[in-house]
Design a protein around this ligand. Structure first.
Ligand code: AMP
Ligand code: GLY
Length: 423
């Protein structure tokens, strides 16, 4: 099969690595890919948002399967472009990706179908939002309705902060039209877990659980980022919790989307809070997480193409997902200053140390080739993943492997997966 991966981050590198293990794949392409993906796939400089150009390229290269990685093209309907052109595609249609694209939509869906989540109200007018806040319990959570690079969520400890938040989202429009509508939500406490599920429109199968570390600095301090590291599995996600989630969250979400005429085919990423009252949905995403994919996929034993084809063909119920018992930890190597100001273009050395080592992976996120040399080209540069018999061992292995890599302004957190030992 000829397979095209749409995207160019660490998540897409992890998907490409898994595809390259498949017996079914003869040739891999990526648009636009990156310097790491270029070791596995032929990279072509087409924007992830350019559905027409992606379809034209796919026809020229006889692509048998396209896999759309990031949220923006899915929410914009790029998977529909492939499907309408008769090209098999893994990724939800626009009318289903709205589950990530609009928080108001997802909250209304959960309310309508009794899926556990935080209590909320939706506002499209700043005055009404402020009036509501004046009688609400603090802390409280404000969320921009639309996509905001994972930064449209504000946790406010006082009425003052909350009013300021409404101004930031709705009046100053820091996230543009994404904040024209906002969700105001009850603040929940508990452990967070990410569970990524394969979906075929009717059936849903969860993968191994994971947890990410979103803040830039050790001890969960600093600004929110796209994710500074992940581990899998989460020790807090027990079999009982999995059973509860299957019964009250995963399958009901599949059924709800079907009832709404929005069959969901692809990856449904459930961000969960394990509260004292039981698991509740924090958010849905319509794709693999980044960097959750970098710890979950290396543990998956199935041929990823088999699983994706089963989703597309509506026969996921015939597939058993199998994960290694080993744990995995991914430490993101970033450019110092991320997520604010940082420099790019520094040569990276030590990548070849990973070539001959089983259970060690270096996934490229922000890199590019410059005269044949790999250089830094983003805030998140690399994701170093290692497996181990236990989470502690996986973490030790991952941190040892981070030392093999050098580049100017290399920055990482030192406590990825660590909190779990102390709790
Ligand atoms: P989201 O993009 O909706 O997952 O929100 C980003 C982060 O904000 C989550 O990972 C949580 O840490 C936090 N968060 C979102 N909603 C809530 C909530 N209702 N209560 C507490 N924390 C929340
Ligand atoms: N790591 C969180 C996300 O991919 O949205």
């Amino acid at each position: 099969m000829n397979v095209l991966i749409v995207g160019g981050g660490g998540r897409e590198h992890a998907i490409a690595a898994k595809c390259s293990e498949s017996k079914k794949v003869t040739k891999l392409y990526a648009a636009p890919g990156n310097a790491g993906i270029a070791g596995l796939a032929e990279c072509v400089d087409i924007s992830v948002m350019d559905g027409d150009a992606l379809v034209k390229f796919s026809k020229e290269k006889n692509i048998d399967l396209a896999i759309v990685g990031p949220d923006d093209p899915l929410v914009a309907g790029v998977a529909d472009c492939f499907r309408n052109a008769g090209i098999k595609v893994f990724g939800p249609a626009k009318n289903a990706a709205i589950i990530e694209g609009s928080k108001a939509f997802s909250k209304e869906l959960m309310k309508k179908y009794n899926i556990p989540s935080a209590a909320y109200e939706v506002f499209d007018n700043a005055d009404d939002a402020v009036k509501y806040l004046e009688t609400a319990k603090m802390p409280i959570v404000l969320k921009a309705d639309g996509l905001a690079l994972g930064k449209g969520v504000l946790i406010c400890n006082s009425l003052e902060e909350a009013k300021e938040g409404v101004k930031t989202l709705m009046l100053d429009r820091q996230f543009g039209s994404a904040g024209d509508k906002i969700v105001i939500e009850e603040f929940m406490t508990g452990r967070e877990v990410s569970v990524l599920c394969y979906c075929d429109g009717t059936h849903i199968k969860p993968m191994a659980s994971a947890q990410d570390h979103k803040r830039a600095k050790d001890g969960d301090k600093g600004l929110n980022t796209g994710g500074m590291g992940t581990f899998s599995p989460s020790p807090f996600y027990t079999e009982d919790i999995d059973k509860f989630c299957m019964e009250h969250i995963y399958q009901p979400t599949m059924d709800a989307m079907k009832k709404e005429g929005r069959d969901f085919v692809g990856i449904l990423f459930c961000g969960l809070m394990l509260t004292e009252e039981g698991p509740k949905v924090l958010e849905y995403n319509a794709r693999f997480g980044d960097p959750e994919a970098q710890v979950v996929l290396p543990r998956m034993k199935n041929d990823i193409i088999d699983v994706m084809e089963a989703c597309i063909d509506g026969r996921l119920d015939e597939t058993d997902l199998v994960f290694e018992d080993k744990a995995a930890v991914c430490v993101v190597l970033a450019s110092d200053g991320y997520p604010e100001h940082y420099e790019k273009g520094f040569p990276i050395s030590g990548l070849e140390a990973f070539d001959d080592k089983e259970d060690y992976y270096v996934f490229h996120a922000g890199t590019k080739l410059d005269n044949g040399k790999t250089v830094t080209n983003g805030g998140r540069v690399l994701g170093v993943t290692a497996k181990g018999e236990t989470l502690t061992m996986a973490r030790e292995n991952a941190y040892r492997a981070t030392e093999w890599i050098s580049f100017e302004n290399k920055y990482m957190r030192h406590d990825i997966g660590k909190a779990i030992d102390e709790q």
